[in-house]
Design a protein. Sequence first.
Length: 457
Amino acid sequence: MLPSLRTLAASRLDVHKRIKQLNANRSVRTHTRTYKDGSTKLVKRYGPRVICDGAKTLFVEILLPRARAEAQKMLATPLLWDQLVTDTGYTSPRIEANGRELGEARDMCARTTRNHLQQLKKHGFVVDYKFRGRTHSYWLWVNPALVWETPVESLKTTLTGRSKTSSQPLSLSTNGKYFPPNEVLETLETQIRKVVPVDKMPLQPAQERTGTPLLEPQGHREGAGDAGQASKSRYRGRAVARAARTTTAPQPSPEATGTARVDRFVVEFWAMAKQLLYPTHQFTEQETRKILRAIWLGQYKPALMAAAPAKWDQVHRMLLDRVELVRHHLQLHPEVYLPLPYAMVQAGAGYFDQENTHGFAGTRLWLARKMNRPKGGLTPLDRALQLAETELRQRQSLDRGEKVPASDRAKRKDLLALHWYHRTEVKRLGGAEGLTLYHARLSMLGLATSLAASAQA
């Protein structure tokens, strides 16, 4: 019997409770404090925390989601079940980690990351980790009790000491207890193959379809009525009709969906940045590819790896807000020189490179100062621009036939009417500069050309 996965929220809550319990049982130190008047007071101080906040964040935000993703892959691949189900119980899937990568995600050095891993291993959150190749790359095994719903044993038989060789999974028991062949190898597709007619000769060009399945060489008529005809045929079972009725288009995998989402973030970011920061530059296709790569490696990759997928839209929104802050800074200081978005000669010297602390990476403090102001530093123009972007996105989704929550205005107006409504409102609040910011958002959404053509028509 295969185990069931715990939800990520339940696993994180369990981790928080365990760490809270460990830190609550810290040793208490007493200290006598003497004041100027000669009075004394007994002060109690807790010892150092068992697991620091950095180690907890590393485990909850990075290691635990990766372990759960690897477990989902193993459950979806029957050929990998021999690495999951063994005679001794269930084991946790191993995850590939890199010290520099984890350090960049948490803004700390690799040495500090290894110290956090030692804390997690000492108290059972990480079962073991083994270096592979160079010393900054290693395999990690998370505690199985934090991944699987059923009680499981720790990983003891998979690892052998601190050897540098990769461990081999234990072979499956052949008694059918953990891996019953009938339930895995007997799929619906094999059942359909057993009941279909033997005659599979296609129709010749001179032959015509009779409309009766039994008189045709294939034994059935292909097309939209395949399910109904299959259920009438005495040579075919109900499984074929059920499969034909329930056949749907293949759904994209979560990895493909996440990749498309990240690509959309980077393209939208560059569309707005080009409109606001480099309006007079003409970049070639090769330069554009370099720019997109610099934006991904320098800004989005470290930010998205440090955040949960549910907060990626918020990270994207904050990066776009920083672009507008740079635009405002250039308007106030026209003498400032803005470097090219990618490094031409010296690596890391591009404006969007993470290594360039005097580039776009330095605007993080600008956004923090703005958000600390009353009402988050949002002006009426900022709120109008955010509302325009939100409703235009909703109208685009509705035009594509997607079922998304939308405002009454987005449902009532078409795309062109919605555009003119928000354009008038932004112009009233921000004038020419407001229209520039609004057109940059239209370029980000891919609506600048289509709306201009519709307006001329």
